[in-house]
Design a protein around this ligand. Sequence first.
Ligand code: PMP
Length: 309
Amino acid sequence: MKTDISNRLIWFKGEILNVNDAKINILAPTSQFGLNVFEGIPCYWNNEEEQLYAFRLDDHYKRLIRSAKLIQIDCRYTKKDFTKAFIDIIKANEYEEDLSVRQTLFIDGFGSWGSAEPVEMFVAPIPRGRTSAEYNKEGLKCCVTSWRRISDETLSPRIKCGANYMNSRVGQREALRNGYDTCIFLNEVGKVAEGPGSCIFIVKAGAVITPKLTDSVLESITRDTIIQLAKANGIEVIERTIDRTELYTCDEAFLCGSAMEVTSILSVDKNVIGNGDTGNITKTLHLTYLDAVRGKLSKFKEWVTPIYE
Ligand code: PMP
């Protein structure tokens, strides 16, 4: 029987439980200090093949392990453990729809922000629509936030940990307060970094341009996917530092991420991008991306892992 959203099953500390029974004590370092590292792993239902595909699972686990290392959470699980828990919990819910699966390593117990243990894990599949509903799919009105992106010298944006999202939050809340859909962060030296939960690309003279991985960004899997898909489509890709003013004068721009997919930026600080509509390169990359995640591109079939036999 399929579970409804309020009674779905989650993998929690080695057990499969009703989500309402998966409890963490309020004093745990993960609750109080955001002491966790996690992945949001997209899964897409392929209608023709009647198959659910997880997208770039291995790359998500590699990043999870890097995040754990950088924040010194001793990762007691192997990639095999991660994969088994992931597949078991999706199957237990009998999901046959697009999902975003939250896979989180956290510090449980009664310790503090400096505690190293106990390390626990949960895996929670969340039907899509909920994660991305807050974004306007037709295109985004963005501002450059007055907050700077966190930097490698303070708390590295390379780490996908809960606490890093407080930087995203202040930028996003400022954008909403001022009537924008979302924001773009500049980094510590005033160059373009990324969105609060997404990476940024601009298009100039037919080439797609995105900040370097050392410009204060998350090592995004969607960013890498877009780079590879663009190259495969014969589109030139440039990874370089981007000036703020280039945002105002580029031909097209988009944000991308596992939750956001590819979403066009229509204006930045009320400067209209291109003709104010989604540009052709953005459209092409968006459609190619949706094919890739559903396992419809033979060249990139190794990116998808089937959930059901
Ligand atoms: N940047 C930030 C700050 C994010 O939170 C996310 C979402 N994980 C991304 C970029 C996109 O990363 P990915 O493509 O791996 O989802």
